[in-house]
Write a protein that binds this ligand. Structure first.
Ligand code: 7PJ
Length: 276
């Protein structure tokens, strides 16, 4: 199992991370997958469609979202992780900022940690170092409650890079292996449309930190903003366009809702890359 995720990260082909929200308030599919049965059905469909990783989140991080307690989050995610593990050996990622949830999720069968807070919670770095699993460190300016009110940067690429460089160094000093570190500029997390577009254009610069790279833009408001304010359910083609660009730029993991469409795009991208 440990090798499975490290193999994915070393592959020249981007891995597809399918999103499973087990929150009642996620913006695009809120409430749909609360029930265990529909969650497992959705996971098996994403696996059939070509997902390499399933990312399970029990706390919504959409702008303005409320925080949930440790117990509530555990009750949402642990039974789902156990059930996926009974049915499949797919790589499971736990999307959380809480050390207790990280620990319990890995114990229940998850394989990596995805933290939109980049392990800034007390004890989070030590917890991941001890668990010895891959971790995604994401940049966010502010908190989900307030991050979209007034995002401000000098130069967004420089500032996001230095933040991530600092988090990588904290992780390395705590004993987290370089090969286990994935970084993510955090599209939509305390960023205006201009910030998001500039970060995407300069995605390549994040490889200078010597880590794997994850991109999550699926159905996000930056796509709606470019496309005449298209609502979340009309952002599929825009999401595929950005996933294709991310794949072309050698992103290691692409986090998406629409697995089959993304898998087709990534496969075509890879075929062109592999041509003579
Ligand atoms: C991201 C995430 C992202 C990582 C969410 C949404 C909001 N984790 N969790 N990167 N976004 N690593 O899916 O629209 O961009 S939740």
């Amino acid at each position: 199992m440990k090798n499975m995720i490290l193999n994915l990260l070393q592959s020249p082909k981007p891995s597809i991370m399918g999103i499973l929200n087990v929150t009642p308030d996620s913006f695009s599919d809120g409430g749909l997958f609360i029930k265990k049965e529909s969650a497992i059905k959705h996971v098996l469909q994403m696996i059939a469609d070509g997902a390499d990783i399933i990312d399970i989140g029990g706390e919504s991080t959409r702008p303005g979202a409320r925080e949930v307690s440790v117990n509530e989050e555990l009750q949402r995610v642990i039974p789902i992780i156990e059930m996926i593990r009974e049915n499949s050996d797919i790589v499971i990622s736990i999307d959380t900022s809480k050390p207790v949830v990280m620990h319990e999720a890995i114990k229940a069968g998850a394989n990596m940690v995805n933290d939109v807070n980049a392990l800034r919670a007390d004890d989070a770095v030590a917890t991941v170092a001890k668990l010895d699993v891959p971790v995604c460190l994401m940049h966010m300016q502010g908190t989900p409650g307030t991050m979209q009110l007034t995002p401000k940067y000098g130069d967004v690429v420089t500032e996001v890079s230095s933040f991530l460089a600092e988090r990588v160094s904290v992780c390395r000093n705590a004993g987290i292996k370089q090969e286990n570190i994935i970084i993510d500029p955090g599209f939509g997390f305390g960023k205006t449309l201009e910030h998001n577009l500039r970060l995407f254009k300069h995605l390549d610069e994040f490889f200078n930190l010597g880590c794997h790279l994850l991109v999550g833009v699926s159905r996000k408001s930056m796509i709606g903003a470019v496309l005449d304010n298209a609502p979340a359910d009309e952002r599929l083609y825009g999401s595929i366009a950005l996933a294709t660009l991310a794949a072309w730029k050698n992103t290691n993991i692409i986090r998406v809702h629409d697995v089959k469409a993304t898998a087709d795009a990534v496969n075509l991208c890879q075929a062109v890359k592999n041509a003579q």
